[in-house]
Write a new protein. Sequence first.
Length: 151
Amino acid sequence: MFKEVSLFLFFIFLLTLPLQAQREGFSSSPVPDAVFQRMKGKSYKSGCTVPRSELRYLRVLHHTPEGEVKNGEIVCHRRIANDLLEIFRELFRARYPIAQIRLIDDFGADDTRSMEANNTSCFNFRRVAGSSKLSKHAQGLAIDINPLFNP
């Protein structure tokens, strides 16, 4: 009986491995020091009104248009972090192609350069183009997914 129960539990464990692997590819944490150093002076500009403690650093998996699985990173407001993680999990399960998910700081926090590279991003302390009003991106509450195709 013990052997049968052990075998059954081992089988269940094997079945859940893909789910565990998917969960392990998705995480949310306070913005690490090394990431914040990349952001300072770029997406986290002088005068930023969003405290660092309100931001979260997400690591996600995504499928590329070429069918590869890649790691991505994105910064958002803590209020939407869990929802955003779940959205990216669903997109991953559905094999929805996302060209790339990189911090906008890799593009000098330049929206045009990031969008031209079809980069998915969220937080960038900036104003709405042609306006003095802060963008929702400035709060980490807006995301552009595949902006080359979803302007």
